[in-house]
Ligand binder design. Structure first.
Ligand code: SF4
Ligand code: SF4
Length: 182
């Protein structure tokens, strides 16, 4: 078990949880979770991160905020899910089947950070490169390549990306988010 890092859950009031289970009762995806939301809050209280950081539950969460809204103790249960997701992504403890999802999210956010909106070619190149560097699989690198022309024909894939004019604002938003996480 890792030691408790209270700062990871600062402002989420996990210490107030008395395990009433209302968060789990209202969660629309609780039945698809291997650890319920109230149990995850308990793990956060105890600083028992190992189990939480390798579970599927935090990735099944759709961030709907129902748990936070319903909590009689004002515990930010959805924030706990976010914090565990962030920690799992940083420590690389997410289940293996989710690693490509994380790579896609990273490629997507990188592109938005640079351009203010997603550049599909840039995002695809980065996503494919990250995947290739992980397992050196040429078939996976080439997978979907034949889809590109069809998607372009239907206007679903744009070879030329656009940038927003005031990218400094976008940079400030990203900087602020990273500061809040730090
Ligand atoms: S609803 Fe709030 S108090 Fe009840 S178990 Fe969930 S987090 Fe804890
Ligand atoms: S935010 Fe996540 S854990 Fe909370 S109710 Fe929605 S899906 Fe469930």
């Amino acid at each position: 078990m890792e030691s408790t890092h209270i700062s990871d859950f600062d402002g989420l009031d996990v210490h107030k949880c008395y395990q009433c289970g209302k968060c789990t009762a209202g969660c629309p995806v609780a039945e698809h979770m291997d650890i319920s939301p109230n149990q995850l809050v308990r793990l956060a209280q105890l600083g028992a991160y190992d189990e939480a950081l390798s579970c599927m539950a935090v990735w099944a969460c759709v961030s709907c905020q129902t748990c936070t809204t319903r909590c009689p103790q004002s515990v930010d249960c959805a924030g706990v899910m976010d914090a565990f997701r962030q920690m799992a992504a940083e420590k690389g403890t997410a289940p293996p089947e989710l690693q490509r999802v994380l790579m896609f999210q990273r490629a997507f956010l990188d592109s938005v950070r640079r351009n203010g909106r997603v550049n599909e070619i840039e995002m695809t190149v980065l996503f494919k490169t990250l995947g290739f560097l992980k397992d050196f699989s040429v078939p996976l690198l080439m997978k979907d390549a034949l889809l590109a022309p069809k998607l372009m024909q239907r206007g679903k894939f744009h070879p030329v990306g656009e940038k927003v004019r005031d990218r400094a604002v976008v940079k400030r938003i990203f900087d602020r988010c990273m500061l809040d996480k730090g």
